[in-house]
Design a protein around this ligand. Structure first.
Ligand SMILES: [Zn+2]
Length: 71
């Protein structure tokens, strides 16, 4: 099960292994899922992010914020 980079409603990028990738595909990135954002510390609606739309630095930063580590 791969991990995905998601963006919370506040715009924070973080990663999680708890997102159901089987529901995702090209052009099918919504709706979000309620996850605890490690940067807000609150439950937020988070949506998966297309890695192609992010810079390498943004992706690296998102991997360091692990939603599951706080669960
Ligand atoms: Zn957040």
């Amino acid at each position: 099960m791969g991990r995905v980079v998601v963006r919370c409603a506040e715009g924070h990028l973080f990663s999680t292994g708890a997102f159901p990738m089987q529901n995702l595909g090209p052009g099918r990135l919504g709706p979000g899922r309620l996850l605890r954002c490690p940067r807000c510390g609150r439950l937020r609606s988070a949506v998966p992010v297309d890695l192609g739309a992010l810079s390498g630095e943004e992706i690296a930063r998102a991997w360091r914020w692990d939603a599951d580590a706080l669960a």
